[in-house]
Design a protein around this ligand. Sequence first.
Ligand code: ASP
Length: 439
Amino acid sequence: MKKVVKFGGSSLASAEQFKKVGEIIFADTDRRYVVPSAPGKRCASDIKVTDMLYQCYAAAEAGEKYTDLLEKIKERYQEIIVGLGLNLSLEEEFQKIESFFAEKAGKDYAASRGEYLNGIVMANYLGCEFIDAAEVIFFDEEGKFDADRTNKVLSKRLANLERAVIPGFYGSCPNGTVKTFSRGGSDITGSIVARAVKADLYENWTDVSGFLVADPHIIKNPMAIKMITYKELRELSYMGATVLHEDSIFPVRKAGIPINIKNTNKPEDEGTMIVQSTCRQAEYTITGIAGKKGFVAVNIEKDMMNTEIGFGRKVLEAFESQGISFEHVPSGIDTMTVFVHQEEFEGREQAVLSAIHRMAEPDMIELESDLALIAVVGRSMKSNRGVAARIFAALAHVNINIKMIDQGSSELNIIIGVKNSDFEGAIKAIYDIFVESQL
Ligand code: ASP
């Protein structure tokens, strides 16, 4: 068996945490390829090393003094090195970082040093090879991740290595500059490495015991999800479930490698298994609920819209022309609604409206803001009657008005739109009916 193990920032925030990670890795010889994040928060008031590096580079770029801040970063690593009793100095590495800062190497380069240095510490601690991610993870000319080139180079590089440490979060562009994924991107690196070595399992170690059926900030002690499919997870993480970076599913999904979300502080917990498909029924009719606030509904009306071929295209083109992506487009006979992110839309609102008028000549456009979208997701929904009916009943029971409903063609999800102010109440009502009452 071959396992790739990725450890998040809180799992590597201190020497104590590093020791737990060491125990986990040494407990299973299959855990051969290790992807570390940068040291995260040791307590709620702490600052992540990645954030310190961004701050540090902003000061350097502005020509301000940043040595005190860099010193604090050094201390974070030094504390770990001393706590682990390692014979390692990062002095030369920090000198290199300072000279790259002086050359204005970019904020991505700066942020990536958190993972890079933690990778060096981890490799020294485990006594295995360190591979700089800039040599094996690539972006193309346009800054998009280059999956084919990466997979080729990385799988070759790791083919003869029994064990290795590959830092998460970054890679390099064709011109050699360092580029990072978006925040939380070490999850993506773990997935890329798992695909490259054709791992049997990608273990993603974090500070929670997997995914929960709903957000614990809204539902007190929600149930854990033991098993979930990639597709279900994609829906949930897109809609706000944050345990795993939403893009990290793609590389392993291609190779059909399962992901196991595990808790470094409670390694005995089973965690959540994320799989391609399973014949195991979910414990409840739904697998999970997630949602996001802050949407605007753009309601467009035009008499005889149904007979006008190309109307929808013209409307969507108007959004495209202003660089606005849409979320959902429910429609009636002479009406069509486009859901967009309020934050993205607000600044370009009038430009979009005049583009719609120009391109599609509607009779009326009405805006409704401060809406929330909630995704109710579950592979078992397909084979269960009355799921939508139960959602409607639950929401009606707590006096929540549904603004929109959209069922994906895969019958894997039902999306409902409600007012922002009804968001938490709606999630509670849905959770109650499917999980608490197990209907
Ligand atoms: N250290 C990076 C961040 O804080 C990447 C990661 O931890 O995955 O976003």
